[in-house]
Design a protein around this ligand. Sequence first.
Ligand code: ADP
Ligand code: MG
Length: 482
Amino acid sequence: MSYTLEGRTGTWEIVVGLEVHAQVISHSKLFSGASASYGGEPNTHVSLVDAGFPGMLPVLNQECVAQAIRTGLGLRARINLESRFDRKNYFYADLPTGYQISQFTHPIVGEGTVEIELADGTVRHIGITRLHMEQDAGKSMHDQDPARSFIDLNRAGVALMEIVSEPDIRSPEEAGAYLRKLRQILRYLGTCDGNMEEGSMRADVNVSVRKAGEPFRTRCEIKNVNSIRYVMHAIEVEATRQIEVWEEGGEVDQETRLFDPARNETRSLRSKEDAHDYRYFPDPDLLPLVVEQAWVDELERGLPELPDDKRDRFVRQYGIPRYDASVLVAEQAIADYYEEVAKGRDARLAANWVTGDLFGALNRTGRTITDSPISAQALGGMLDLVSDKTINGKIAKEVFEDMLETGDSAAAIVERKGLKQVTDTGAIDAAVADVLARNADKVEEYRGGKDRLFGFFVGQVMKAMAGKANPAMVNEALKKVL
Ligand code: ADP
Ligand code: MG
């Protein structure tokens, strides 16, 4: 089902392409040995190269290149064995060199693709145009003093990957799914932490609208949107604005806009600059970057299993539904937890407990899987008691809640509370007889054809036995007598 917007003149389709800036995980900056870590006192992570002192020479950080290549491989993209660094010239107070070193005509990574899945199960492929490396700029601080602005260069020179998508995205939902998937891949690879709140991943959102079957129309670029939710909102309000412009007989100008989440609107920032405004040229301080296929192969062998592959393996190996598998591979730590619970056990039962009760408990307590109050071994221990029929499924819920609270093992709780399932036929038969005797009228009705009452009898017997009876045996015993 495709997403469209209705205007006065008919149905409009949204066209979106995203440019994502992802901060590379590395100890030092792209061209200097200064620390690339987040935070720190202003101007404490700054080398003379970052500060743009005359005569300083950039030296390329090999680890940043490796991270860019890993990311390219994770996006199933072409790796360009030869790429180049260019100077993108502009004047800004937090850019002391007067140019940003970036890759313009020859990026390190070419075309790739990201698979996304929508809520209704539709799978779509979003094309990646390119990934290139570039430096981040410093930060201007206007809120420290009423009269003066300050500059913090800690971020200046930190390596970024700019990941550009094709204009393949057709709805806010697809944009959200794409960003979540991209972030998931980057986190699996360990190439970017994907924390949008800290700014280590930010998106420029290109939006245009068209009538079905038309070529693309002019787009606007919404700069630096820093949450997935805002990206989705920004697309919707910008598309709506453009539809109004077109329908009133106007023209959408290609320009850069800002999204204001408080007012839920976009505002013009500047008309779109062209590449020639930056006077790009190859940086004379840096040789073309040439990498060997053998090194790329080595990096590829070192990649972890990626989310899509892991999901497909879970479906094959554990026989769980694709949807459950997608949920379980959302984070590497969740997938690891699940596999530990599932190993040698009923894997579907394990999936139900992890995605159901465990996720519910984590949500309620505001925790993540890594600080789960119930370890994978402990949950596995409880499932063992269900499988060997020490406890039934209903009692398992009670045991689980107790585990959450006390941190005790399932076995200890079953012992302490005397929750062991009753499989003694004598005791079950006695309870059955008692329940039937007390409900003679209902027995009559049941025998008269009111089959639905069977469940009532099961419930009464279970209740009489404090929930601890083996449900299959209760069913058996009831059928025999009735
Ligand atoms: P620039 O380099 O000037 O930013 P690009 O052609 O590289 O321009 O495109 C930048 C982004 O804009 C890409 O993500 C691309 O998919 C997207 N884009 C291009 N044309 C359109 C369009 N008509 N509507 C929406 N997005 C577009
Ligand atoms: Mg751009």
